[in-house]
Design a protein. Structure first.
Length: 181
């Protein structure tokens, strides 16, 4: 059952307008979510945010199997797109509330471009990597997330090394490129 605070979320919106960009993150225009992910897609702005709890554990999320891309894979705490009126930090704050029921301020560590195929679709993103802290107990949105767990950075790095196939490509790339703590 969907908790009351999540009653408005209905999952992915194919016609949602995303910000297209070049491979350096320079904004170009707008395209629908479907256009950005279909085939080889269009490069667009995205973010992934790691939320750290009071014990300095990362909140890891398992994507809902209903997701069109990488359903059932382990992922960062909050992952989504930057919308036209937002900074990456504002987008992460918005999605933190919508996906985990938390309030957090996020620090942008930088960004990278990546492309990854998933069947007939793809991710073609300029992805900001953010980190934030929250001591609030997480109540995840089951439309977006199947389950959560808390893990140290050291444990996560070891798991990715031993079982890379269960993690999203952007999470693996971000951990390679950025010093999270």
């Amino acid at each position: 059952m969907i908790k009351n605070q999540f009653h408005n979320l209905r999952g992915e919106k194919k016609d949602q307008l995303l910000i297209t960009s070049d491979k350096n993150g320079n904004r170009i225009g707008l395209a629908t979510r479907e256009e950005c992910h279909k085939g080889d897609g269009k490069t667009h702005l995205a973010f992934m945010a790691l939320v750290v709890d009071k014990e300095k554990k990362i909140i890891l999320t398992k994507r809902s199997k209903k997701k069109s891309l990488w359903g059932g894979f382990w992922d960062a705490s909050v992952v989504s797109h930057v919308l036209s009126n937002e900074t990456p930090q504002q987008a992460a704050k918005r999605r933190g509330k919508e996906e985990l029921g938390i309030e957090a301020d996020f620090q942008d560590l930088g960004a990278f471009y990546y492309f990854a195929k998933y069947g007939e679709n793809c991710e073609n993103e300029y992805c900001h990597v953010l980190v934030g802290e929250s001591s609030k107990e997480v109540e995840f949105n089951p439309v977006e997330i199947e389950k959560i767990r808390k893990i140290s950075l050291e444990e996560l790095t070891k798991e990715i090394k031993n079982n890379p196939e269960i993690f999203t490509p952007w999470l693996k790339l971000a951990l390679e490129k950025f010093e999270i703590y």
